[in-house]
Design a protein around this ligand. Structure first.
Ligand code: PEP
Length: 255
């Protein structure tokens, strides 16, 4: 029995065309067989959010499926002269219920600092959605023994005041484990997640004790059960393996 309700979130990254709706429909069909104690979140590219939200609404008239649609990033402003950007309000309007912010690929490819990530998390809340804030060390930082310092700095800089268990999810994603097939040991994950829990509880009191902490980085059906059993791991943020409904559902079933 989990004290904190688990969440399995899929980050499709820049993958998916209209034809991918069949994969999403397969996720919905499988979700009906899962324990009702688990939440699923699918974060397709922004172009598919609206269509997936319609598909979900049609399949979930009775509200029994614990599945929601999320987005992968947002702009800090609600609207304005920002060509090509999408606001949290627009994503909410399209049907997103959560937005990932501060993914390491955004931090690296778009030079997103902790301060930017914090502003984005506030934008997510302004739109009434859940912010999934990603943190995690690089291989070099881990080798140098700086993992906890790096994560502490990212948490301090990226999380706005006012975080609650309802509006914030923290994803620990070691950069070196993303898309590489490499994962930390269960002991290493336990160390970092325990540290994140302690940090969140110190800053956000009882809310921090209840926030969902996801592990992300090369989660797949074969390692999900072990990783999800680690103390203070309340689910997973899944990249590559979330693109295949059968893998994504197998990961959720191992939770
Ligand atoms: C991610 O990018 O959030 C991720 C965890 O990717 P993967 O599962 O492919 O390592």
């Amino acid at each position: 029995v989990h004290a904190v309700r688990p969440l399995i979130a899929g980050n499709w990254k820049m993958n998916g065309l209209k034809a991918s709706s069949s994969e999403f429909e397969a996720i919905l069909a499988g979700a009906a067989q899962l324990s009702s104690g688990i939440d699923l979140l699918v974060c397709p590219p922004a172009t598919l959010i609206s269509a997936f939200a319609d598909t979900l609404a049609a399949a979930n008239a009775d509200g029994k499926l614990k599945v929601a649609i999320g987005a992968q990033d947002c702009h800090v402003n609600a609207s304005g002269a920002h060509t090509g950007d999408i606001s949290a309000e627009m994503l909410a309007d399209a049907g997103a219920r959560a937005i990932i912010v501060g993914h390491s690929e955004r931090r690296a490819d778009h030079a997103e600092t902790d301060a930017i990530v914090r502003s984005k998390a506030q934008a997510v809340w302004r739109a009434g959605l859940v912010a999934i804030v990603c943190v995690g060390e690089t291989q070099g930082e881990r080798n140098a023994g700086h993992t906890l310092d790096v994560v502490a700095g990212q948490l301090a800089g990226s999380l706005p005041d006012g975080a609650t268990a309802a509006n914030l999810v923290v994803a620990y994603e070691p950069v070196w484990a993303i898309g590489t097939g490499m994962t930390p040991t269960a002991e290493d994950v336990e160390e970092v997640h325990g540290f994140i829990r302690q940090t969140l509880t110190q800053r956000f009191d009882a809310e921090g004790a209840q926030m969902r902490l996801l592990y992300g980085g090369s989660v797949k059906p074969s390692n999900a059960r072990e990783l999800m059993a680690v103390p203070h791991v309340n689910g997973a943020l899944v990249g590559g393996a979330s693109l295949k409904a059968s893998d994504f559902l197998a990961i959720a079933a191992g939770c």
